[in-house]
Ligand binder design. Structure first.
Ligand code: LLP
Length: 410
């Protein structure tokens, strides 16, 4: 709950709009995002890091809806893109190519060529062979001096879910210190590359600042002999409270730990989750109630195809009624229609009385929700709506059954 998504007279709102109004007009399941909250989250990070004057490249992988990209770009953010598709989206939303960072452990030659053609501002490199590809395309296309940041695997273990830790030696991400040194010592072999940055991203939803501080320290030691490297990109990873009253490091805590190290360097941040997660909810409606084996189930129309985080990471999302009633609480598990036992959005949720037709909000789903959705069980993807102080609008229509077969031939 925050200043945008909160109860007013027992009705859950996003900015000035009661969520039941959106559910009534757009149907369910539907994602709703507060643009007001998204911009407030961007400003919050900028303020926390103000002394280091960071360049913030919003990580589109968290939520790549065009309206969200456009709002963030309009507010001054660049974009961190991880595929040709995300670059395409960022450009369609109005990003200037020079404000795009292209990252990714497995960029295809076609994606690299596209990014060079478009003139993206930075490449985060994860493989020696990428240097050759970028250099060759730059040569072919007559581009000079493309800014690149080598992604360093600092061999620190981030305190987070193992699926989203990326900075330990066993991970597929980044380059070892030896490889980075060997590339930098041969930088003359790549006349079209300007090796002016170093990149690290040790994981997402980081539970403490210490691993990040260690990783940045290790990166600074590594680049000390290379005075051309003046830009440090520390990736994303700032955590978000999925449960009320959790004790998590704030952006200001990260800034305070890094400030003494990073003075005099250009700083790039690639936040995703911390910008959009708490600005989003997934609206869903109870289809059926079911009581068996001593358990109460609410079967809802939202599922793991809209939000896979509970099934994939055992992630916890609060589930709240859109109309709070004064009735006593009950304990109910909330599950979707998909043919998988893992399709449970919340287990043993303590919630005020719900029944067939009740509207629920799955909270803090603005990040890694819609972007990870699927059409499994031939389920159309949900609609997406944004709110602000002026009201609300649909920014992606609900898919139809015809959309599901439109790319196929029998
Ligand atoms: N930069 C790089 C290189 C990344 O790999 C990521 C996230 C970010 C930035 C943005 O990190 P954030 O600020 O959002 O923590 N699907 C998972 C999260 C995967 C994160 C992948 N990389 C989840 O639902 O928790």
């Amino acid at each position: 709950m925050n200043s945008s998504i909160r109860y007013v007279n027992n009705t859950l709102y996003s900015d000035t709009t009661p969520l039941q109004e959106i559910a009534a007009q757009v149907g369910t399941p539907t994602y709703v995002y507060s643009l007001t909250r998204i911009i407030a989250n961007l400003r919050h990070l900028q303020t926390a890091f103000a002394e280091l004057r960071p360049h913030i490249h919003y990580s589109a992988k968290a939520n790549a809806n065009l309206a969200i990209l456009r709002a963030l770009i309009g507010a001054g953010a660049g974009v961190d893109a991880v595929s040709g598709g995300e670059i395409h989206r960022a450009l369609a939303a109005g990003a200037s190519p020079s404000e795009i960072v292209f990252a990714g452990v497995g960029k295809t030659p076609d994606e690299i060529r596209y990014a060079v053609e478009q003139g993206v501002g930075w490449f985060n490199i994860e493989n020696r062979a990428e240097c050759d590809l970028i250099n060759d395309f730059a040569e072919d296309l007559g581009r000079d001096q493309i800014q690149v940041a080598l992604r360093f695997n600092p061999e620190v273990t981030a305190n987070t879910h193992p699926y989203i830790a990326t900075g330990h030696g066993g991970a597929k991400f980044g380059l070892t210190a030896e490889t980075i040194t060997s590339i930098l010592d041969r930088s003359a072999e790549y006349p079209h590359l300007n090796f002016s940055g170093i990149h690290i991203h040790i994981g997402s939803q980081l539970q403490d600042v210490e691993a990040t501080r260690q990783a940045v320290q290790a990166a600074l030691t590594l680049i000390a002999p290379y005075p051309n490297i003046r830009t440090i990109n520390i990736g994303g990873g700032f955590p978000v409270a999925y449960t009320p009253n959790t004790d998590l490091p704030t952006a200001a805590d990260f800034a305070a730990a890094l400030r003494p190290l990073l003075r005099g360097y250009e700083l790039i941040l690639e936040p995703g989750r911390s910008i959009v997660a708490d600005a989003g909810v997934l609206l869903t409606r109870v289809l059926y109630m079911k009581y068996q084996a001593g358990q109460a189930w609410a079967i809802v129309d939202g599922s793991m195809t809209e939000l896979i985080r509970p099934a994939l990471y055992k992630a916890h999302h609060e589930i709240l009624p859109i109309l709070k009633s004064e009735t006593t609480n009950q304990r109910v598990s909330i599950a979707g229609p998909v043919c998988e036992t893992a399709d449970v959005l919340g287990r043993d949720v303590v919630i005020s009385y719900v029944e067939t037709g009740s509207l629920l909000a799955v909270m803090t789903t603005g990040a890694y929700g819609m972007v990870m959705s699927s059409n499994y069980n031939a389920r159309p993807r949900p609609a997406e709506v944004v709110t602000d102080e002026q009201g609300w609008r649909i920014v992606r229509r609900r898919e139809t059954w015809d959309d599901l077969i439109s790319a196929e031939q029998a």
